[in-house]
Design a protein around this ligand. Sequence first.
Ligand code: ATP
Ligand code: MG
Length: 578
Amino acid sequence: MNPSNPPTEAATKPTSVPAAAPSNFIRDIILEDLKTNKYNGLVQTRFPPEPNGYLHIGHAKAICLDFGLADEFGGKTNLRFDDTNPSKEETEYVDSIMADVRWLGFEWDGLFYASDYFDQLYKWAVQLIKAGKAYVDDLSADEIRQYRGTLTEPGKNSPYRDRTVEENLELFERMRAGDFPDGSRVLRAKIDMASPNLNMRDPVMYRILHAEHHRTGNKWCIYPMYDYAHGQSDSLEHVTHSMCTLEFEDHRPLYNWFIQQLGIFPSQQIEFDRLNLTYTLLSKRKLLQLVEERHVSGWDDPRMPTLVGIRRRGYTPEAIRNFVGAIGVSKTNGSIELAMLEHFVREDLNKRAPRVMAVLRPLKVVIDNYPENQVEEMDAVNNPEDPNAGTRKVPFSRVLYIEQDDFREVPPKQYFRLSPGREVRLRYGYFVTCTSVVKNDKGEVIEVHCTYDPATRGGNNPPDGRKVKSTIHWVSAAHAIDAEVRIYENLFTKEDPNQTEEGQDFTSNLNPNSLEVLTNAKLEPSLADAAIESRYQFERLGYFCVDPDSKTGRPVFNRTVALKDTWAKIEKRQPGKA
Ligand code: ATP
Ligand code: MG
């Protein structure tokens, strides 16, 4: 699509909302505009990231709204890079943002850059100067701030406010030509220095910045400010509903002022609440600091709330979209529990992730009465939630690994897993009874000996009706694949990581235990060729995803999210702890 040639065909007429869709005030505005035919039945939105960092889960909320609402009404969505700030913007970010939007499951109609509009924006600035609505100001940034006044005091007019149109035109042209150094002059809109809204006190439209731009190179040395560029870009693209976060509410009068003065397409700005998550920071600037100070391994560290990070962690686009749909939109900023996001991740992975057996902290088990060289292929169900997922074979043999946590030499009350004299079920295997243990010189159990009951093959109850209270997972030692498993906890220890002691910044709230690397994990052999990014449920442990650091024969898995651990809860409740 070409902005000078905006879409004309009417969107397919949506008159009602699907009954299941939760109500949302933005949808109500769109419905009303369709009813009154304000935009001739068109719905055009845009997602306008500044390419100065990687997208995070907060952006996912904006993306789902921009694309989702347009889709719902047969409308269109542009991806527009808000690249008016040359010093902070890079092509690396442009590429990552496009990949992230697609990964989330959306495809844009038009792809634009605010820098595409620099010529048009310049012409409009000249038009405003000619109309006596803009002037070149020689005050320094500091002076401008002093002259602006405060919330309780009106501002003062700049001594340069009443320059003639001719003088303004000449100075603005010379600003563009590069005759003046950075910061020496600005172009300001001439509105009202006494306005109760500070944004209306002659806001700056252009600043001088001799900096190379990632797309326009050295063509420009003046750059438009966000407030001047954004609404006009929306208008050029015939954006009907321009959604942004609440901090722009006070900018809306200015957004409308420029559009009215120029007499251009009347885009409308609608504000909604920013997503905040507990134990998480959603600010590109702060995320960049985490990367630069090497608190994390990069933008795609699985602990990062960036889309590349949570993708590497194993979160699915479907889970994120469902989460965003469930939190809805409002007109007040709040904070959402990280646990709620994790809930949606579990819910989605529960449906789709194949089940496998993996032992993270192995303890050797020898089944003394099982034939020395025998291997049986046991049938295991791939996904009880998905009847089409089928079954696979898992080898069983005399020497196995179980989780260290699944054995206690002295079992506490309510602990029903393996312990001396106790019988448990090995999932898909056999019932086994612990007969003895082998310890090292420190007194730690390093090997557990058991006997098995051949009448329980497949892990089924024996004919005598005997039952066991616990089922544990295992991996055959001779067939196991060695793997590294990375366990993640919250990146921050505080619900609000910005809340710090005096003189400290948010990095003082980093969780020192947010990453635990287990280098001795044992996986069932079906995982030998697991593809990067494929996701599994390790039975009884959680959801895990193959990391790109994997090498042939030695996969690396990230824990996406744990299953709910009922034992941990019981243990916490017990006064003496086991
Ligand atoms: P940051 O503070 O992280 O840099 P930003 O708002 O400056 O965020 P932009 O690239 O300018 O980032 O944002 C693109 C769009 O995403 C904007 O419409 C913005 O309002 C929206 N957005 C950014 N962060 C959030 C968030 N936490 N929740 C909802 N929408 C967000
Ligand atoms: Mg920004």
